[in-house]
Design a protein around this ligand. Sequence first.
Ligand SMILES: [Zn+2]
Ligand SMILES: [Zn+2]
Length: 172
Amino acid sequence: MTSLHIDWHCECQDGPASHYSADDGEKCYGWCQGTDHDCAGLGYRPIAHTRRPAAFVAMLKAIGEDSERWPKHYSVDLSSDYKTVLDLDDGDAFIWVVREMGTHLYPLKYIPDDKVGFIRQAMVYHARENTDALVYVWNGTDKLSRITYDMAREIVRNAAAGHVRVSEPVAS
Ligand SMILES: [Zn+2]
Ligand SMILES: [Zn+2]
């Protein structure tokens, strides 16, 4: 059983840390200011986060199995990942990079539209800068597997070529 504290986003789309209480009311200094979802006066209102899609259950389990229990900081990233996972359909695979200082989730279905190669470049970047990160692939239905950066890059290359093929994991 994994139990952890997640900094859920507010309905205004900013993290909890952007909110503060003042003598003249509840404030937020996040990106919501001046937009149609400005949270001024409303206070921090966490997004609905009780649903547990299979992928998210697997992600929380993976965190519990990691002795370091990353991410140690920026757990608001898990709230971003959660929102992304809620928007995925059955069968949508993704690559998930977990670092000490946050997480990154890359749905494979975005890759064919990723003309500038943002996701491909992100894999190169993480492989260089975050060598100790934990890298996983979700197969779209029922399995989150630990993979290497080389496998992640191959999966991204295949997805860019139009085949979503999730190879079997190597031993971690
Ligand atoms: Zn807010
Ligand atoms: Zn806000």
